[in-house]
Design a protein. Structure first.
Lengths: 335, 335
DNA sequence: GACGTCTCTGTTAACGCTAACAAGATTTGG
DNA sequence: CCAAATCTTGTTAGCGTTAACAGAGACGTC
């Protein structure tokens, strides 16, 4: 069984001070004599003392832990968000506890949040890109610092989000600018806000250009569904430009087009979304839209810390604009 | 500021019992009258009471949290491991705290472990695929339950690992079986055990077949480095089969071969490693080796829980065999 | 030289929970 | 029907930390 490490009193005894003085040194209190501070530090080092976070959390009412609720942390977007969040949190002295959920339904989310709450996390970041998540967050205790990432813009919850609409608009516009009459769209699932936003942006760009949007091809983020949509698109001679809701969908589309002998970008141009690291090595290199996950993470954490410190909730929100990354999968239409 | 939720005593008062009885109900103690149990449960529900993990951790000396140290949780392998671990841990009632580190050097790892320790995690899982990580783990307090994943097999630390050697051997053998004279290899970084194991397996398979291994092409896991290696391979007419250390390297190789007009699998066969979800949609669909991340996660957690419960360390180890997934990127050589 | 004002340190009391013991209520055995 | 065993509940004492207050010197001011 684990031999418990030294406690504050042990350090205090060795340094010849009271445990409270040790606490002061640890928390950077100003009123400690330099000499005492050094003695305490020496004792800490000698004993290999490590403050007990549980005790601190108990007495202060909150731990230095931030809970993150996410769905599928295997997907590139969420994984990047999580990593960026963790990095940023670490810089602020916070640990990150993951509570991933299989389904983003009301019940699962609530359960994950509950788990975090019983560990008395200082705040919660919900990477909640789907409709149902919003409801779960409404019935939350009011006093928990909370930030949602890519959540429902219509709910009064602090929100940081990638500007999906702008990104999709840029992607679509990029294709129109290349000379394409219209742009087809392979979307993500309808219950993801990311997906809905990208559909909106696509539609907006087309309407602004006076073009009637062609029928939507619904996908589910996976290369498999992109492949299926691609098989249909490949057989429609009028299709010259496709915007897919993420890079993996694009990969599936590229493969289908390739199989049908439709060359990219010669016959059909393709634009993705996410800029996964491999996108530059697709055949051909994929033009795509890059969301700035670091910026999103920084913004969310900052927002969360503000809430933790001030205690005020408020319905702050912040939007991060993504950038178009032009590569070789886009060209003017033939003819 | 957060209004603190109800405590055990509040529940006790409402239910007309002592706080200790509430504690007993919560912990499933046997000696509580059914009627009392129900009354307590009702009070818990009515107040929305949530046990305070920090207090529990303080008194029991350990929390229901497992710390995970990993490097780049954006890479598919680590991300999958983390997700699987989190899932498994949740089933056992444990939360997972991530401490990712930018570099897997001694200092970073130690720092991450320290952070976990001061939160009094119940145990630590280190996804430590590199050399330098091993050293950091040697100087750890002896009494912390610890499991390394894909770590150094030569160190006396509990270890769960994907059988890289067997996987690489299978991949290489698969190519030899298809009739190829020899198999080239694009490796990962040399300080990753995964990478070294795969090199060993590749070499073993070739030697067993009486073939002198061709020069190694060193990569760094990225599609970019795969592309660079692929450009060289494409210009060597004698190359007919390539095994890459992961799927993203393979993607880069595929792209380079495509650019040079070398058809896969007609001219050159390619096998990857990892089976990323998109691998089936590469051009052509990639034959690869699939490690069972769930099995690894389950094994590690089981090992960790065993240590937590018994308190014994021991140098247990377990190896999970990966499976070859045959797709269309492999064919017999022309000639 | 006495008095207020800093600066530094120590003492005490929580925080919310579990463990250990104690004690009343209930059952069992002869 | 009484003593002993068992079940059920309550009481008390920490776990290691921070917060609040208190006290002891050092210093400057009149």
């Amino acid at each position: 069984m684990a031999v418990h490490g030294p406690a504050m009193t042990d350090v205090a005894r060795l340094a010849g001070v009271s445990h409270q003085t040790v606490s002061r040194v640890l928390n950077g209190h100003p009123n400690v004599r330099e000499q005492t501070r050094l003695r305490v530090r020496a004792a800490i080092a000698e004993l290999g003392y490590r403050p007990n976070g549980a005790a601190r959390a108990l007495v202060t009412g909150r731990s230095q832990v931030i809970g993150v609720v996410a769905q599928n942390t295997t997907l590139y977007g969420p994984a990047s968000m999580l990593a960026a969040l963790e990095q940023t949190a670490a810089e602020e002295g916070f640990a990150v506890s993951v509570g991933s959920v299989r389904n983003l339904d009301h019940r699962s989310i609530s359960a994950a949040v509950e788990r975090h709450l019983s560990h008395r996390v200082a705040g919660i970041v919900v990477i909640a890109p789907v409709e149902s998540a919003g409801e779960a967050l409404e019935h939350l205790p009011q006093d928990v610092p909370l930030v949602t990432v890519d959540g429902d813009p219509s709910r009064p919850v602090p929100l940081v989000t990638v500007d999906q609409v702008a990104g999709a608009r840029a992607a679509t516009q990029h294709l129109l600018d290349a000379g394409h009459r219209t742009v087809w769209h392979v979307s993500g699932p309808f219950d993801w806000f990311d997906s809905v936003g990208r559909i909106d942006g696509w539609r907006e760009a087309l309407l602004a250009a006076g073009v009637d949007p062609p029928p939507l091809m619904p996908g589910d983020w996976s290369a498999a569904s992109g492949y299926r949509c691609g098989q249909m698109l490949a057989r429609m001679p009028e299709v010259t430009a496709v915007f897919t809701s993420n890079d993996h969908l694009a990969l599936g589309v590229l493969r289908a087009l390739h199989e049908f002998g439709r060359r990219v970008p010669h016959d059909i141009s393709v634009v993705g979304f996410d800029d996964v690291p491999e996108a530059a090595y697709f055949i051909p290199p994929l033009t795509t839209v890059r969301p700035d996950f670091d910026a999103v993470a920084r913004a969310s954490l900052q927002m969360l810390l503000a809430q933790i410190e001030t205690g005020t909730g408020g319905a702050m929100r912040q939007t991060i604009a993504p950038a178009l990354v032009a590569r070789e999968s886009v060209a003017p239409p033939r003819s």
